[in-house]
Design a protein around this ligand. Structure first.
Ligand SMILES: Cc1ncc(COP(=O)(O)O)c(C=O)c1O
Length: 388
């Protein structure tokens, strides 16, 4: 069976056939607690009734129209999304299918904004070391990790990398004659769940605003309520010019979004950008269902509280194998003193699914609907494996 797939993924040895809530069931009927949410995608768990209803009813009504036309549900989804992001000053959206595609759109907006206003030569996009922005040639170039730059060159030119957290380096790098944008994750995901400091984020927003450099927040992993607010950047008081989101936005149906604020909302002209599937009616219906659940009073606050409960519980073990626990909301990284992969294999054999983020960091991204009992059950498995 493996022979049919290209060699892109290091997969754990399990094949699933069903899911319900926080549980996944493999083809042999064994059940697992899913603390991964399909890498921050199934934010409402598996087969959430509102999501299933929305997707099935939409599929029975209208699946796709192409962007030569509009579908009613896509308009409603875009309006609801803009409403959710109004606090971050975002005004218009372009709908895509994935995180990388959303980031490509963000880079295009930044380059065009600068070209039209300042002419050629001001096209550099500064990103942070340790960042992850996607797998296309341009988003790999944007990714500030050498290991992603070893093959597949030549890459898209015009990216520069600076250390996360260094305000002096940031000040120097943001040369307003050459730089059009700063792109960053409020919480670096793939490289170990590392929230930016408030000082760094606010300095970045201030410097960008002063120099008319666009601030792009890649919230593909941290957005859609994962950190306890719709966008993580809301908690930093840092005003972005562009935000990208994807992953959890339609609870498991592929979707991505580029959101623009006052400066960027009208940069694209007709013909500048497009995507055949972007804003597909089924994805839009799924997205509307997710947003409706997130808007339930107190829902996102609970995400934050559950995340804090998880972090506090692990810290309270004072376990010799646990070096550090960090995160925001239900985006949690646990540094351990050994390799993460054997822990993923061991917890799997005991019915728990975890991810890694780097060689020695366990990554926990549980679905928002997880109960305290399910959290305790999963953490009991993790502790028993760390004790081995
Ligand atoms: C912060 C961030 N940006 C971009 C991406 C790429 O998203 P996708 O895999 O949907 O293209 C990811 C995926 O993990 C991500 O975490």
């Amino acid at each position: 069976m493996q022979d049919v797939f290209m060699n892109t993924y290091h997969r754990l040895p399990v094949t699933f056939s069903k899911g319900q809530g926080v549980c996944l069931e493999d083809v042999n009927g064994k059940k697992y607690l899913d603390f991964t949410s399909g890498i921050a995608v199934n934010c409402l768990g598996h087969n959430h009734p509102a999501l299933v209803k929305a997707v099935s009813e939409q599929a029975a009504r209208l699946i796709h129209t192409s962007n030569y036309f509009q579908s009613d549900v896509t308009i409603r989804f875009a309006e609801a999304l803009i409403k959710m992001c109004a606090g971050a000053g975002l005004k218009k959206v372009f709908l895509a299918n994935s995180g990388a595609e959303a980031n490509e759109g963000a880079c295009k907006i930044a380059r065009k904004y600068s070209l039209v206003k300042y002419g050629p030569g001001r096209h550099t996009i500064v990103t942070l070391k340790g960042s992850f922005h996607g797998r296309t040639i341009t988003t790999l170039a944007a990714t500030g990790q050498d290991k992603f730059h070893e093959t597949f060159g030549p890459f898209t030119e015009g990216f520069a990398y600076i250390p996360a957290g260094g305000i002096d380096a940031l000040d120097q790098a943001l040369d307003s004659k050459k730089v059009c944008a700063l792109m960053m994750e409020p919480v670096q995901g793939e490289s170990g769940i590392r929230p930016q400091s408030k000082e760094f984020m606010q300095a970045a927003a201030k410097l960008c605003a002063e120099r008319d450099i666009l601030l792009i927040m890649d919230e593909i992993q941290s957005g859609v309520g994962r950190t306890g607010t719709f966008l993580a950047c809301e908690q930093y008081g840092a005003q972005p010019d562009i935000v990208t989101i994807a992953k959890g936005l339609a609870g498991g149906i592929p979707v991505g979004a580029v959101l623009g604020g006052e400066k960027t909302k009208d940069v694209f002209a007709v013909g500048d950008h497009g995507s055949t599937f972007g804003g597909n009616a089924v994805a839009a219906a799924a997205g509307l269902a997710v947003l409706a659940v997130l808007e339930t009073p107190g829902f996102m606050k609970e995400v934050k509280e559950k995340g804090e409960y998880i972090m506090e519980t692990i810290r309270s073990w004072n376990h010799p194998s646990v070096k550090e626990v960090r995160g925001m909301g239900m985006m949690i990284g646990v540094d351990i003193d050994g390799e993460a992969w054997p822990v993923l294999e061991s917890v799997l054999s005991k019915g728990l699914l975890l991810l890694s983020a780097g060689p020695k960091t366990l990554r926990l991204l549980p679905p928002y609907i997880i109960t305290k009992e399910e959290i305790n059950e999963g953490l009991k498995i993790l502790k028993s494996v760390l004790n081995q």
